[in-house]
Design a binder for this molecule. Structure first.
Ligand SMILES: NC(=O)c1ccc[n+]([C@@H]2O[C@H](COP(=O)([O-])OP(=O)(O)OC[C@H]3O[C@@H](n4cnc5c(N)ncnc54)[C@H](OP(=O)(O)O)[C@@H]3O)[C@@H](O)[C@H]2O)c1
Length: 153
């Protein structure tokens, strides 16, 4: 593990998986110099402003290639947005707008990964599982703590 401090930005940090991510990051991620915990606020900073911070972090890291400890954008997607599983899952979860918006997120992330490659900023997508949050509901297969623990591994 690198001895350099790392900075992390988490959106939707006021509840659900975002909040659990903040809690576990504070407890387990060492060294951690700054954690930006964001929730929606129309007057708050916008994503583009953070790209320049990521570029600076990647440049200052002094290590070649891409890594989570250097500079990374991690988007939380869902298996439900996969074309491959859609046919088998749609009748059980007929949530078209959600699937379409996450499919768009997948495409945006792939395109961002190409754009940010030259700056050696890692872009990735994660599926958190079916989690018992306000969104996932009480039937979910995982607690928020288990889901985040798995994503941080
Ligand atoms: N739970 C699951 O089973 C599951 C499965 C697959 C993927 N995911 C993904 O995991 C992420 C977190 O979900 P969660 O389960 O933690 O849900 P959650 O407990 O319902 O929390 C949702 C979070 O997203 C924020 N949010 C919602 N709509 C927003 C918008 N239009 N603009 C900005 N922020 C918005 C909410 O802010 P406010 O409090 O201001 O509303 C809240 O912080 C989501 O991207 C979800 O699609 C969850």
């Amino acid at each position: 593990m690198s001895s350099k401090p790392i900075s992390i930005l988490i959106t939707g940090a006021n509840r659900g998986l975002g909040l659990e991510m903040v809690k576990q990051m504070i407890e387990t991620q060492r060294p951690l110099s700054v954690l930006f915990a964001c929730c929606r606020d129309p007057d708050g900073p916008r994503a583009e402003e953070f790209i320049s911070l990521l570029r600076a972090a990647a440049k200052d890291s002094g290590t070649p290639g891409m890594s989570l400890r250097k500079a990374a954008v991690i988007n939380i997607s869902t298996l439900l947005s996969s074309n491959e599983v859609a046919k088998g899952t749609y009748s059980r979860f007929p949530d078209l707008p959600y699937r379409v918006s996450k499919a768009a997120l997948n495409m945006m992330s792939v395109c961002a990964s190409v754009e940010l490659q030259k700056d050696e900023i890692l872009c990735m997508l994660l599926h958190p599982g079916w989690v018992r949050t306000d969104m996932g509901g009480p039937e979910g297969e995982l607690g928020a703590d288990e889901s985040v623990e798995g994503m941080l591994k």
